[in-house]
Design a binder for this molecule. Sequence first.
Ligand code: ZN
Length: 170
Amino acid sequence: MKVCNKCGVNKENTAFCKNKAKKDNINTICRDCIKAYHENNKEQLSIASKLWRLNNKDKLKVTSDSWYVNNTKVRLEKAKMWKMDNPDKVALYDIRRRRSKLEQLPEDANLEKIASIYKEARRLTKETGIQRHVDHIVPLSKGGLHHEDNLQILTAEENLRKGAKYEETI
Ligand SMILES: [Zn+2]
């Protein structure tokens, strides 16, 4: 049994959170009081954590960047394996993609320019050995157009990052 420093009630040890910094390994304030404190200070606490995030942007960016780098290879490898295991699904996906490219091909699109972007991506892939994709800046699935102004060449890695970002915003 222990008396809570805040409410002054004598409570069972289990009514206190563990705290290794304390002599008896439990908090001086009971769980109920801590819960009440969080409830009453919700707004201030969320401002504090927002401020921390703002002041530590670089730290957060570094963590997520290294996370991406470490996971990109694994994810690319997994995607490759999945494609090998699911050739019928891949074929269906390709057909759908080709269809949406046709449907989202605006009249003023320059087919020669589009073809040259794909050609350039293939050339860069061959020359550098780093896989390049032609990416729709606004994805076809988001209503983006198959138009030269909506195309960019990305490395497979950048493309994967972009995909992950889109997933996050959904
Ligand atoms: Zn208490």
